[in-house]
Design a protein around this ligand. Structure first.
Ligand code: GTP
Ligand code: MG
Length: 204
């Protein structure tokens, strides 16, 4: 997919304040500091479209970015990071759960996972919550530039095995690096595919 335009539209603290639209949207979710905002910038080939930071808890609101005048990317606050205050964590969780429960044009959630770490309870539990609520999701492994290929293979296997203890089949997986742009085409192609399915369903 070619990105012609990508523009910040608005930040919302509640789902009710989000853009009033039926255009399809794709959400980026995961632990604080996993690289959600960096990945959005990488996909859009824009340096500072979404605000990033080395300190977890940078993204504090629901941020909508309109792409090619035809769909949205949504940057969400992160969950489950010990260094984020309890009050912030609770407010981020409410925003996240309300968003996924209420946002009708949300087509696919990308759950971001740091490829360097063993499977974390907070991530696995969040995916189960998505599953229980019938919310389609896929997984994006991030920061591949920080991992050797043998460690990546090992971590991939561990992750797949761990997920198959809970799930009958695996969701789509994408392997990315915001610094090397690895996985950009694959992720954008998948977005294009999901949009086609969404548009066909609207016609029926
Ligand atoms: P919150 O908004 O705080 O929830 O974090 P986030 O998930 O949006 O993470 P963000 O994109 O702000 O990135 C966090 C840190 O990880 C920053 O210092 C980024 O530069 C770094 N980072 C993100 N993606 C990559 C990557 O692919 N490779 C490397 N080496 N660093 C990355
Ligand atoms: Mg962020």
């Amino acid at each position: 997919m070619f990105i012609h335009t990508a523009a910040f539209e608005k930040s919302s603290s509640k789902v009710k304040e989000c853009p009033d639209t039926t255009l399809p949207e794709f959400a980026f979710i995961g632990r604080s500091n996993v690289g959600k905002s960096s990945l959005i910038n990488m996909l859009m080939q824009r340096k500072d479209l979404a605000k990033t930071s080395g300190a977890p808890g940078k993204t504090r609101l629901i941020n909508h970015f309109k792409v090619n005048e035809s769909w949205y990317l949504v940057d969400l606050p992160g969950y489950g990071y010990a260094k984020v205050s309890k009050t912030d964590r609770a407010s981020f969780m409410k925003m996240i759960y309300d968003y996924f429960e209420q946002r009708e044009n949300m087509v696919n959630a990308f759950v971001l996972i740091d490829s360097r770490h063993a499977p974390l309870k907070s991530d696995l539990e969040f995916m189960i919550w998505l599953g229980e609520h019938g919310i389609p999701f896929s997984i994006i492994m991030t920061k591949l530039d920080k991992l050797s290929s043998s460690d990546l293979k090992k971590n991939k296997d561990v992750y797949h095995k761990k997920m198959l203890l809970e799930w009958d089949s695996l969701p789509p997986f994408f392997y990315t690096s915001a610094s090397s742009r690895l996985g950009r085409e694959e992720t954008l192609q998948y977005i294009e595919h999901c949009m086609k399915v969404y548009e066909d369903a609207q016609k029926e």
